[in-house]
Design a protein around this ligand. Structure first.
Ligand code: AMP
Ligand code: MG
Length: 530
């Protein structure tokens, strides 16, 4: 493994090292070492991620275990915390920064990719503010499993290499009710090309530090968007606009992917928005189960619901507007930035259409008919309590053979409903009308595309996952992990590696959320405490 640190080498670094709390000016990062823990123990790791990094299980269980727990730093590693700011719930929050995340190093993988290894929960940094720099087991299990689940769903995300139990207790007031409890601590080693956020740029713009802003933007383009550079020329206004446009387009793609699988991030502050368009910072996220565009898993946001499921694309745009403001000093005029932000809306629209075609099992957009079907399907999902994931998955099993009765035709959808539908005649009328129109549309599309019904069904299954990481599943894995038993974490990791496959031996994980989880903390409601 080759360690390097382009971030520290090429960008201004805080002259002071160590975790003393401070405002860090004119610097992108501060050198700080992880604080050792009592008894680091590897609970789980991602085989794919380890393999990509060229690490074996023996490496991880042997020499790497103390590194992943923050107790050892290998020769060549130069750990640091990054400085960033952000807009939280619509307000500028000033300096935030990596308060408990410490980047150990960048590595060059055997296949030549440059990746960053970062420990989350590794102890205090200059950016820890009033907090302890640690993370609890419950939030670490959630981040570890969900990042890998998202990856296997094909959704851009930061990854997770390992989950380590620290052997220390961490005090948290989980419900913010003045009754803190001790909980087991944990550390996740996250992996990404970069963890840069919108907030890394915003902070320098807010401080009027154009020089550091320019250096950071130049660094970012050089390393992560090299195709935007003209040879031998340092980036100027045109390149910065193209960079911004690329972030807009990637963010649009990400928002549509979240909508496709029913993922709700929960805290879309600009410090939690990746400059590479990755899902980043898994906190009080959740998955839409009974379809509801106003759903938010985050109890801290329950009142305003700023970050509810259906609002995510708009919030993405608002956040991008903040990034645009931050990059303005490098561009010098508003119009090209506004135009780039317009590309976000266009990309969102285009990708949404594409997504709906795939979810419905169609191939070419027909403005009149497919607009209707795409809207009507969500009307249906809202009419009675319906599991979004199961509904779309089962839609592929509907047989449009005209000799079937309406009851026979809609039978495959039965498992998607949270309560019996005996007294919902209006719903059935709407559903049957929808299926009539979809059926006619499918017949026409099969003829035009030359696909067979079986090819259509297989294609739909690649867009409509069977297995998602439902919150109650996370909670079950956490309950066991907190006793030191990682077996369910490992089982779910294995399950979620193939979310689009039928896995008949795991049918129970494809079912509706059980009733006990409807209103249980950790299952439908999560606080930011982590
Ligand atoms: P979040 O809302 O989790 O994305 O966190 C917002 C800010 O709070 C970031 O700067 C985090 O690094 C910081 N933070 C959250 N939890 C802790 C903690 N336990 N210790 C130190 N900093 C934290
Ligand atoms: Mg964060």
């Amino acid at each position: 493994m080759r360690f390097e640190s382009t971030f520290l080498r090429e960008l201004p670094v805080d002259p002071e090292t160590g975790p003393r709390l401070r405002q860090v000016e004119k610097a992108c990062a501060s050198r700080v070492l992880p604080t050792p823990v009592s008894a680091p123990r590897l609970l789980a790791f991602s085989h794919e991620m380890a393999e990509e990094l060229g690490l074996s299980e023996a490496d991880l269980r042997g020499p790497f275990e103390p590194v992943l727990g923050g107790n050892e730093v290998l020769e060549g590693m130069d750990p640091y915390a990054a400085c960033y700011g952000g807009h939280q719930f619509g307000n500028w929050a000033g300096q935030l920064g990596d308060g408990r995340a410490i980047t150990l190093t960048e590595v060059r993988t055997p296949s030549g990719q440059r990746l960053e290894l970062q420990l989350k929960g590794a102890g205090r940094t200059p950016y820890s503010r009033r907090a302890d720099g640690r993370a609890v087991m419950r939030s670490s299990v959630r981040e570890f499993l969900c990042s890998e689940a998202m990856h296997h769903l094909g959704i851009p995300t930061t990854r997770a290499l390992s989950l380590v139990q620290t052997g220390d207790q961490v005090e948290r007031d989980m419900f913010y009710d003045g009754r803190p409890k001790f909980e087991p601590g944990a550390i996740v080693c996250r992996v990404a090309e970069s963890f840069l956020r919108f907030g890394n740029f915003e902070i320098f713009a807010y401080r009027g530090d154009e020089d550091t802003l320019r250096r950071l933007a130049t660094y970012t383009i050089k390393h992560f968007f090299p195709e935007l550079l003209s040879p031998g020329k340092s980036p100027g206004p045109d390149e910065f606009v193209r960079f911004y446009r690329e972030v807009c387009v990637r963010t649009a793609a990400l928002m549509v992917e979240w909508m496709r699988v029913g993922f709700v991030h929960g805290v879309m502050n600009t410090d939690n928005m990746s400059i590479l368009g990755l899902t980043i910072d898994y906190g009080p996220y959740g998955w839409v189960e009974d379809f509801d565009p106003s759903f938010t898993p985050n109890t801290t946001d329950a009142h305003g619901r700023r970050y509810r499921f259906g609002a995510q694309p708009r919030v993405g745009e608002w956040n991008l507007a903040q990034l645009g403001n931050a990059l303005y000093p490098l561009v010098g005029s508003v119009e090209p930035l506004e135009e780039a932000l317009g590309a976000y809306v266009e990309e969102l629209d285009r990708r949404q259409r594409e997504m709906m075609l795939k979810k419905l099992g169609l191939t070419r957009w027909d403005e009149d008919e497919d607009r209707f079907l795409s809207e009507e399907v969500f009307v249906l999902l809202s009419m009675v309590e319906t599991d979004m994931t199961i509904f779309f998955r089962k839609l592929a099993d509907i047989d449009f053979d005209p000799s079937l009765s309406p009851q026979e035709r809609r039978a495959p959808l039965e498992p998607a409903y949270y309560s019996p539908l005996l007294r919902e005649p209006d719903y059935f009328k709407t559903l049957d009308r929808f299926l009539d129109r979809l059926g006619a549309r499918v017949v026409r599309d099969l003829a035009e595309s030359g696909r067979s019904p079986e090819e259509r069904r297989q294609a739909m299954r690649r867009s409509n996952p069977k297995y998602i990481f439902r919150n109650y599943m996370a909670q079950l894995a956490i309950d066991r992990a907190e006793t030191g038993d990682p077996s369910l974490v490992q089982e779910l990791l294995e399950l979620l590696r193939r979310p689009y496959d039928e896995q008949p031996e795991h049918e129970e994980w494809a079912a509706r959320r059980p009733d006990w989880a409807r209103n249980r903390a950790g299952c439908s409601m999560l606080s930011c405490s982590s």
